[in-house]
Ligand binder design. Structure first.
Ligand code: 5GP
Length: 255
């Protein structure tokens, strides 16, 4: 019997397994959704496949315009082959409109347009609730160098321009999103790439015509069906995986 593959890491929404070649990993998208730093958890059938497909779509597009990512190729409905990276322990957030923690912190109405895209950093530490940190902390504690930070900001803003444009084309406003960045080494030469995932789990996406939320806030705020919202994003982008929504026809028992 083939040995079970080795699990490298299990997070709230994904599992990483050892890849087929050195320097690669398999990224498995779970159906789990968590909110409040893991305090609330539910399983949504089909969410993993939708996020895998959407993340593939965004990462492939980024690769095509010269924004490097960890994505190599899709293996099946919920698994991707990705490059192994050294994750920089930061959540890199780009905001175009006030929402979520920024709206709360500054007392802004959700949806207020910001004067320009704002990039902020949170230290990746679940136990601490991923606190917002200034650049000085990041450099002083050695989580990333000043040069890394400059490169991360330009990477994040390129991702923002790409995603905003793509989403605008299908009538969706990109309010904000989070990416993670990893370091890869090619012949001792380091570079930074977009890692993890880009999906409605890690972005705020509002329908431009109606203001309907099409992202994880649907779960956080109990606004209806999470998979319906994600499927709507996938449908508009023309990447809805076949048979992954809960509307699919269930097998019928034949006597
Ligand atoms: P906020 O700071 O307003 O809660 O989040 C800003 C943006 O980053 C939102 O699009 C949110 O979904 C994303 N984000 C922030 N923290 C996390 C996290 O720990 N996991 C994921 N998946 N997304 C996050």
């Amino acid at each position: 019997m083939a040995p079970r593959r080795k699990k490298i890491y299990e997070g709230k929404a994904k599992i990483l397994y050892e890849g087929p070649e050195p320097g690669t990993l398999i990224q498995y998208f779970k159906d789990d959704a968590t909110a409040g730093n893991g305090q609330r958890k539910e399983v949504f059938e089909g969410k993993g496949a939708l996020n895998s497909r959407l993340s593939e779509f965004f990462m492939t597009g980024l690769n095509a315009i010269g924004v490097p990512t960890h994505f190599i190729r899709t293996l099946n409905m919920r698994e991707q082959l990705v490059r192994q990276v050294e994750i920089i322990p930061l959540e890199v957030i780009v905001r175009n409109y006030a929402a979520g923690s920024m709206a709360r912190r500054l007392g802004l109405d959700e949806g207020t347009q910001l004067p320009r895209p704002i990039v902020e950093f949170c230290y990746k530490a679940d136990k601490l609730g991923d606190p917002l940190v200034p650049e000085e902390y990041i450099v002083a504690f050695g989580w990333a160098s000043q040069q890394d930070l400059d490169d991360i900001v330009s990477l994040a803003l390129r991702v923002n321009d790409f995603l905003s444009g793509v989403m605008h084309g299908v009538g969706i406003r990109l309010i904000d999103f989070k990416i993670e960045v990893g370091r890869i080494w090619d012949n001792d030469f380091p570079s930074l790439v977009v890692a993890d995932e880009i999906s409605p789990d890690s972005a705020r996406l509002w329908d431009i015509a109606t203001g309907r939320k099409l992202d994880k806030d649907v779960f956080r705020q109990n606004l209806g069906s999470l998979t319906d919202a994600y499927a709507e994003v996938a449908r508009r982008l023309g990447v809805l995986p076949q048979g992954t929504t809960h509307h699919r026809i269930k097998p019928t028992l034949i006597n």
